[in-house]
Design a protein around this ligand. Structure first.
Ligand SMILES: *[C@@H]1O[C@H](CO)[C@@H](O)[C@H](O)[C@H]1NC(C)=O
Ligand SMILES: *[C@@H]1O[C@H](CO)[C@@H](O)[C@H](O)[C@H]1NC(C)=O
Ligand SMILES: *[C@@H]1O[C@H](CO)[C@@H](O)[C@H](O)[C@H]1NC(C)=O
Ligand SMILES: *[C@@H]1O[C@H](CO)[C@@H](O)[C@H](O)[C@H]1NC(C)=O
Ligand SMILES: *[C@@H]1O[C@H](CO)[C@@H](O)[C@H](O)[C@H]1NC(C)=O
Length: 952
């Protein structure tokens, strides 16, 4: 009887969310049955899916989905949410048609709801927004094609701190709310007192119309507490004749917990998440026990609460229906701390080599999709191969992947799968190049993914062969940039696609010969350069002189001039035009990782805790220094010790100073874990402020030892000031027109611990586990080669320098090598230049994505790369005419969608163009920071087949 009554009640709620509002009604308890399925952590994604390696963790995702589907059919009042499409996708592929029909019905009826719906639940500190968008698109496209549904709610319950950019992304995807379960313990305590754990988040300064209902699950994301039946908590024993009867006590406990949680809220509804990591492998057990409690509690009016199955989207509707007035939230929720000595600012840098590989692979994926799209070369084989590039990239956005908070064997598994993805990307690039080159037979291409370690076997054939290099520019702007390659002989000339020799520089030393030349490449296009060896040094090639300095020296170009002391330490950087000079020093230090005295908190994969607070100089020796001074690039090579080498480079015609750090294996022979930083020191008056980017979009102002939202108590003066950096971080003088910007080649972290100073953390090796679940110390013995670009300039023009530089650093020129008998032979046989766009995009607009869809259509995303007020000219709104950019294409239609290209966008000026093939303007207005997404349909396609490649 009771069950039927509660069913009726639930039915009422579902149809139109008729949640009663009068004072007389009991508290509405939205029971959200869910499972949190990490796409890798203690086990690899494969192990989790199949339930292998159970001694590490009892977790098999296939069983969860199997049993949930059965349990949902047994009782139509049951609801369940599912989140991680990387897993669901696998399971779906294995189901027969009958099961698929059942699942479709469950989705249609709302019993099974997908929320978040990305490939993974992405991390929010280490993931660049370009990767967030890609992985969400991957999941949403699958859900839309399979079920015709679009997720409505963000569910970031486990990521360790929350970014403003994620809130922007969720809003642009069309989500009406976002829920998470981790917040700084000080912030949370105050918000609970003020009933401010739910809020309206306005995450963007530039896009003030973006508001996102955001809720913190104050009880965490698992069960209410004591009700994880599947993991050994007592079942509900409800026969009063039996000795262990516990129903009343369990009901009391639950009601108490739920009411406490509701006391932090401003309305009559409360969301109770009921599930945890990999729970519901036995869904029957969970639902059965939950329902015993529900039935009893709902039947006893003394409790004055009504429990019913719900989902976060139904809960969000209830909040809207109650017209709850919520406090505003600006900025972000970084860094996260769960105790006075437990700042989760370590994972911003943990496993720096994996973080770099993620960025490298993402750039390769973007280059591949843009080239496939602009060439419109497609076939079923190409589509199938592209998926094999997209999926592993999606997986590494997971909050235990790129974060470095997984076990070692899992980190290796991610790297292995990215490597397979990259091989597939090279297959596609090779195929497309071959087709565009349009020769009788396609050449074989070689790729050199280990150029970061100065390895490129493709050039070793130089003495006997000419090496053509196809240079692709994945950005939709013209680009002139230096290319550096190891070569086997020093007497090499470089010829461009017109057959003209171009200036080249050869650097020699330490048994290495490196060739440097400048490539000029059209937007989203490629050109070809040729390397050829000769008996003597050609006149176009300069062998750069090198020496060991005995006195201070100066290196520079047309923009900057850098003063060094005799040991190669930077002393100052001058702006050549104004003549103004800024004293600046750079040094390496390390913090000793706490092993947990006093408070038992040690530094580890998640948490950064230095002990003591003062770092130690990492430069053990005065370095031996070599200076190479060439007309294309000058460099200072500084060898400090076995685990530290630095190269400082100043390029012809560039504003930035490149600093390459080669660090590791970090020496632990003294028994200490170490966390290596680079620190830039100036005399700027920065008034406690510095700036760090939020996942590559907007910058957030940070204040030392302070938080924007509350009166902050400092407990960890170093770790508590460390914030995530994905692309750039800077300090600027509050009075004078100076700014020092540091661009990073992968996600890490920064802090300004004294005025005029900024440091970033490069590499970590810790010797104790930090007690947050991974169960292994972050004993990372890898050698890291990482790059920072330092821009010293006046603050008013800084953005115009660092914004485009950040895109160049993220999306390097992509090189494909081949082999031919002579330059003229290749030029006679193949097309050497490819320039698909009729015009470059304006300097403030990035072609964020140009991606083929299986339907044969394309996603086109445009992004205004400046934020409001950053640059007097470039921060202005800008109009791009798609028909002009794509003038060479027959466009059938252009439809604007929400971010993940599955549903029309809700905006008045949405583009919905279908027209004659004759040129007709398709103007798109972009405000600062804005991202707009379109599905473009073109008239025709060509379909080639795949050919072999070689990765060396
Ligand atoms: C029942 O709970 C509601 C809030 O959910 C409250 O307004 C009402 O006063 C309660 N009634 C009783 C009898 O405690
Ligand atoms: C209802 O709950 C109250 C409080 O726990 C309890 O005293 C009472 O016996 C319960 N009534 C029934 C009918 O179970
Ligand atoms: C631990 O306590 C000692 C003695 O009070 C102090 O010197 C040290 O700085 C503390 N370490 C941390 C990490 O707080
Ligand atoms: C610097 O010194 C080390 C050993 O002290 C040596 O191995 C290395 O080759 C030297 N490097 C340069 C650039 O001279
Ligand atoms: C170079 O890049 C590869 C992946 O492309 C990575 O595995 C390796 O660790 C990198 N090397 C260094 C020294 O960072």
């Amino acid at each position: 009887m009771m069950k039927e009554a509660s069913l009726l009640l639930v039915a009422l709620f579902v149809c139109g969310f008729l949640i009663p509002q009068s004072d007389a009604v009991p508290l509405n308890v939205h029971v959200v049955a869910h499972t949190h399925d990490d796409v890798g952590w203690l086990k690899t994604p494969d192990e989790y899916y199949y339930g292998a390696n159970e001694s590490i963790q009892d977790a098999g995702v296939q069983y969860i989905l199997d049993t949930v589907i059965v349990a949902l059919q047994q009782n139509p009042s049951r609801k369940f949410i599912y989140v991680e499409i990387a897993f669901f996708f696998r399971w779906w592929r294995e189901q027969d048609e009958a099961t698929r029909q059942i699942v479709k019905k469950l989705v249609a009826s709302g019993q099974l709801e997908f929320i978040n719906g990305g490939w993974t639940m992405h991390d929010e500190a280490c993931v660049h927004f370009e990767d967030m968008v890609d992985q969400m698109t991957l999941g949403h496209q699958f859900l839309f094609q399979t079920f015709g549904v679009v997720p409505k709610v963000g569910w970031q319950i486990d990521p360790f701190g929350h970014s403003a950019t994620n809130a922007i992304v969720d809003n642009l995807a069309g989500f009406e709310a976002l829920f998470f379960a981790r917040m700084d313990y000080q912030d949370l305590q105050i918000r609970e007192q003020q009933k401010a754990v739910e809020m309206m988040w306005q995450p963007s300064e530039s896009l003030p119309d973006i508001h996102l209902l955001t809720g913190m699950l104050t009880n965490g994301y698992c069960d209410p507490g004591g009700f994880m039946f599947e993991y050994g908590d007592d079942p509900i024993m409800d026969d009063p004749l039996l000795e262990n009867f516990n129903l009343y006590q369990k009901a009391e406990d639950l009601v108490k917990i739920v009411k406490a949680q509701a006391s932090f809220l401003r309305h009559n509804d409360v969301l109770v998440s009921w599930g945890c990591d990999f729970m519901y492998q036995n869904a029957h057990l969970m639902f059965k026990n939950i329902e015993k409690l529900m039935t009893y509690i709902n039947s006893n009016s003394t409790y004055n609460v009504t429990l019913f199955y719900s989902t976060p989207s139904i809960y969000a509707e209830a909040i809207f229906a109650e017209h709850t007035v919520l406090p505003m939230k600006y900025g972000d929720f970084m860094p996260y701390a769960d105790g006075p000595h437990s700042y989760w600012s370590g994972y911003f840098t943990s496993r720096a080599t994996l973080k770099g590989f993620v960025r490298f692979s993402s750039a390769l994926l973007h280059a591949t999709t843009s080239l496939l799209s602009s060439s419109q070369i497609s076939s079923p084989a190409i589509d199938a191969t592209l998926v094999l590039v997209q999926q592993p990239n999606g997986v590494t956005t997971h909050h235990d992947a790129v974060t470095g908070t997984e076990q070692f064997h899992v980190a290796d598994d991610y790297a292995k799968n990215l490597n397979i993805a990259n091989t597939n990307a090279y297959t596609l690039l090779s195929e497309v190049y071959g087709t565009i080159l349009n020769g009788k037979t396609a050449p074989i291409f070689y790729f050199c993914p280990l150029l970061n370690e100065t390895l490129c076997p493709a050039t070793t054939i130089l003495p006997s062969s000419v090496v053509p290099i196809v240079v692709y520019n994945p950005l939709a702007w013209d680009r002139t940039e230096t290319i550096r390659l190891p070569i086997p002989v020093a007497t090499v000339s470089v010829t461009n696609s017109a057959g003209k020799q171009v200036p080249a520089q050869v650097n020699q030393g330490n048994g290495r010969i490196e060739l440097i030349f400048t490539a000029t490449v059209p937007p989203l296009g490629f050109t070809t350069y040729f390397l050829e060896s000769s008996a003597t040094t050609p006149t176009s090639t300069e062998v750069a002189p090198s020496w060991e300095p005995l006195a201070p020296f100066v290196l520079g170009n047309e923009h900057i001039s850098v003063q060094f002391d005799a040991h190669g330490n930077i002393q100052s950087v001058a702006d050549k035009v104004s003549g103004a000079s800024l004293p600046l020093q750079q040094q390496y230090y390390y913090y000793i990782s706490s092993i947990g005295p006093n408070n038992t908190q040690s530094s580890g994969a998640y948490i950064f805790r230095p002990d003591p607070e003062t770092p130690v100089n990492y430069e053990l020796n005065v370095p031996n220094v070599t200076v190479v001074n060439g007309s294309l690039v000058s460099e200072v090579i500084r060898y400090f010790q076995n685990d530290l080498t630095q190269v400082i480079r100043i390029y012809n015609n560039q504003w930035h100073i490149e600093i390459e750090d080669v660090i590791g294996p970090i020496n632990i022979s003294d028994g200490n874990g170490k966390e290596v930083i680079t620190r830039y020191t100036t005399n700027l008056n920065t008034a406690g402020l510095w700036y760090s980017d939020s996942n590559g979009i907007e910058l957030i102002q940070r204040t030392r030892n302070a938080r924007a939202d509350w009166n902050y108590t400092v407990t960890e003066p170093v770790a508590g000031n460390y914030v995530p950096v994905d692309t750039f971080t800077y300090i600027k003088d509050v009075n004078e027109d100076w700014q020092v910007t540091v661009l990073v080649d992968r996600s890490r972290s920064s802090a300004s611990l004294a005025d005029g100073q900024i440091e970033t953390m490069l590499h970590r090796r810790c010797l104790k586990d930090d007690g947050r679940g991974v169960g292994e110390p972050l004993n990372d013995s890898k050698v890291l080669a990482t790059t920072e670009w330092l821009v010293v300039s006046n603050s008013s023009s800084s953005a115009s320098l660092f914004r485009p530089l950040a895109k160049r650093l993220y999306h390097p020129l992509q090189l494909a090598f081949s082999q031919t008998s002579s330059v003229s032979n290749w030029r006679a046989q193949y097309k050497t230049d490819y320039s698909p766009l009729s015009a470059a995009l304006p300097p403030n607009v990035q072609l964020l994505d140009f991606v083929p869809l299986p339907s044969g259509n394309y996603i086109l995303r445009l992004h205004h790369i400046y934020q409001v007020g950053e640059d007097s000219v470039l921060s202005q709104p800008v109009t791009v005419d798609i028909s002009t950019i794509l003038a060479g294409y027959k466009i059938v239609s252009v439809q604007e969608t929400q971010l993940t290209a599955v549903a029309p966008v809700k905006r008045k000026d949405a583009i919905n163009w279908s027209g004659p093939s004759a040129a007709q303007a398709i103007p798109v207005l972009l405000a600062p920071t804005e991202i707009r997404t379109f599905v473009v349909v073109f008239a025709a396609n060509v379909a080639p087949k795949l050919s072999p490649i070689s990765i060396i």
